[in-house]
Design a binder for this molecule. Structure first.
Ligand code: FMN
Length: 217
């Protein structure tokens, strides 16, 4: 698989098989991902892996935590302007369309959202954290690292879903991880093998035309 193929074939997967993923492979992928660039080579990403039985331990811990938490950060700006808002709306509608959950089925949509907190059934995962001292440039470095990981996972035959939904459960996560106070949670990453039968995995998200994001000055 070349880079173009990895970029083109990677998709967010939201239903996984329970086929295990080895720690050896996860370690190899994380080591390779650390070749991601970062401003000043600061390498600000901090990763905590949960695999197999540790992920199950975490799920048990999570079930005992109060779900009413102050989010780690606001996931979207309050008044997300167009065209960003439209893209966000469209991918949601496309996803719920595949799942057969109409707009007025709030319970159904909520139940699917809650699958985030089961890593969509993935047997492996990690949380990505960052030192609170870091600023916007270092936050962008996390994106470099995460996409590098997702592409390498793709090459290794694994599927992924980055999950900022976890930003709504920082206390539940960091209390399990025993995270030092200087670190804050950015996102989760579900890792495993896609369920080929699951309709939600048929989702191929749109992209805006190049002209809307790139101009030749
Ligand atoms: C940092 C980040 C956080 C994300 N958080 C979530 C999430 O919490 N739940 C989810 O279902 N998808 C999440 N996604 C997946 C996006 O919805 C997805 O990348 C986007 O719709 C484009 O689709 P694609 O990844 O299939 O190309 C996240 C993606 C990124 C990059």
């Amino acid at each position: 698989m070349n880079v173009t193929e990895a970029v083109a074939s990677r998709r967010s997967i939201r239903a996984f098989l329970d086929t295990p993923v080895s720690d050896t492979l996860l370690r190899e992928l994380l080591e390779k991902s650390a070749r991601a660039p970062s401003g000043g080579n600061v390498q600000p990403w901090q990763v905590q892996v949960l695999n197999g039985s540790r992920l199950q331990d975490f799920q048990q811990h999570l079930a005992q935590q109060d779900p009413r938490e102050k989010p780690a950060y606001e996931i979207y700006p309050k008044d997300l302007p167009s065209p960003y808002r439209d893209s966000r709306f469209k991918v949601g509608e496309d996803m719920y369309g595949l799942l057969g959950i109409p707009r007025d089925d709030r319970a159904g949509r909520f139940a699917h959202l809650a699958r985030n907190f089961e890593f969509f059934g993935a047997p492996a995962a990690f949380f990505c954290l960052i030192d609170r001292a870091m600023g916007q440039p270092q936050w962008s470095d996390l994106g470099m690292f995460l996409q590098t990981f997702m592409l390498l996972a793709q090459e290794a035959g694994l599927d992924t879903c980055a999950q900022e939904a976890w930003a709504t459960r920082p206390q539940a996560v960091t209390s399990f991880l025993q995270t030092p106070d200087n670190l804050m949670l950015f996102c989760g990453m579900a890792i495993g093998h896609r369920d080929p039968e699951a309709p939600v995995n048929e989702l191929v998200s749109d992209r805006l035309p190049l002209d809307s994001s790139a101009k030749w000055a």
